[in-house]
Design a protein around this ligand. Structure first.
Ligand code: R5P
Length: 279
C-alpha cells in the first residue's frame, strides 16, 4: 500500500519514512490562500493520512483535493486515515436550522475515499454517515504502552461514566483495575465528583479521556484524587484540542500529561503511527 502524508500529518512524516512507500505530494497555498496539491506515482491502492486540526477547513479541503488528484491519476481504492476528525463534536441539530456538521464532512470525504479510519471519534454512531467502510480505531494500546512503566500496579479511571469503555480498554492492555468518576450536580454552580468503587489511596492513577479542551474536567478529577491520597497522577487523552492555557493548567495539576499525536502539541508524546501502518 502506498501512502500520501498530507500537511495535517507532517508531524508524523519521519516516522513513516523508510517503513512504507511514501508518495511525496507537493502541497502549498496560492497567494490568495487557496490550496494547491500535486501527487506523483501510480498504482491501484493508496492511503492518505491527514489529520484535520486547526486550520480545520484547510486540512479538510486538502484531503478532498488529494482524493481528486489521486483519482485523476487512476488510483482505484482510496483510504483516508484522519486521526482527528474536525467537526466530529457537531453531531446533532440542537437549534432548528443547524446542519449535522459531522455528516456533511463524512459525506464530502466519501465522494473520493472508499474507506475512512479515525481515532476515538466523539460519537462513533456518526460513522454511519460515511458512505463506505468507516472504522473507529482505538488508541488504547499506544496509551497503555506509554504509561506501562510509570503506572506500575496503579489503576485507570475515566472522568465520567460515558468514558468508561476507554479506561477499560487501556486497563485491559495493562492488566489493571479500572473505574470511572461519578458526577452529581449539588447546586447550579457546584458539581460533586467521586471515583466509583475504587480505593485510590497510595496508588498511581491514570485518567483517560477522548478530548482535553479547557482542561477543566481533568484538573477537577486530579485535584480530587490528590485529596483522596493518590500517589502519582497521570493524564492521557486521544485528542489534545487544547484551549489557551489548558496544557499549563493540566500539567500543573498532575505528574504527567501526554496525548496522542492525532494533533501536534508540545505534549503529543504518544504516537499513533504504528497503528496506522498496521491497518
Ligand atoms: C466530553 O464529552 C469529552 O469527552 C471531554 O470530557 C471534554 O471535551 C473535556 O473538556 P474540558 O477539557 O474542557 O473539560
Amino acid at each position: 500500500m502506498k501512502f500520501v502524508v498530507g500537511s495535517g500529518a507532517y508531524h508524523m512524516r519521519e516516522e513513516f519514512a523508510g517503513r512504507v512507500e511514501l508518495l511525496e505530494a507537493e502541497i502549498k497555498s496560492f497567494p490568495d490562500g487557496e490550496r494547491y496539491v500535486r501527487v506523483p506515482g501510480e498504482g491501484k491502492e493508496v492511503t492518505v493520512v491527514q489529520s484535520t486540526f486547526r486550520p480545520q477547513n484547510e486540512h479538510l479541503i486538502e484531503l478532498l483535493l488529494l482524493g481528486d488528484a489521486l483519482r485523476e491519476r487512476g488510483f482505484e481504492r482510496l483510504r483516508a486515515v484522519v486521526p482527528y476528525l474536525a467537526y466530529s463534536r457537531q453531531d446533532r441539530v440542537t437549534k432548528e436550522g443547524e446542519p449535522v456538521s459531522v455528516r456533511a464532512v463524512m459525506r464530502a470525504i466519501g465522494l473520493y475515499y472508499d474507506e475512512l479510519y479515525v481515532f476515538d471519534l466523539h460519537n462513533p454512531e456518526t460513522l454511519r454517515y460515511f458512505p463506505g467502510k468507516a472504522v473507529n480505531l482505538s488508541p488504547a494500546k499506544a496509551i497503555a504502552d506509554y504509561f506501562r512503566e510509570k503506572l506500575g500496579d496503579g489503576l485507570v479511571l475515566a472522568p465520567d461514566r460515558g468514558a468508561l469503555g476507554r479506561a477499560e480498554a487501556v486497563a485491559r492492555e495493562l492488566g489493571l483495575e479500572f473505574s470511572h468518576f461519578e458526577k452529581k450536580r449539588v447546586s447550579p454552580t457546584e458539581v460533586q465528583m467521586w471515583p466509583v468503587d475504587v480505593d485510590v489511596d497510595g496508588k498511581n492513577v491514570l485518567i483517560v479521556d477522548d478530548i482535553i479542551s479547557t482542561g477543566g474536567t481533568m484538573v477537577r478529577a486530579a485535584n480530587l484524587l490528590r485529596e483522596m491520597g493518590a500517589e502519582k497522577i497521570f493524564v492521557a487523552a486521544t485528542h489534545g484540542v487544547f484551549a489557551e492555557g489548558a496544557i499549563e493548567r493540566v500539567s500543573g495539576a498532575v505528574d504527567e500529561l501526554a496525548v496522542t499525536n492525532s494533533i501536534p502539541t508540545p505534549v503529543s508524546r504518544i504516537s499513533l503511527v504504528n497503528e496506522i501502518i498496521s491497518l
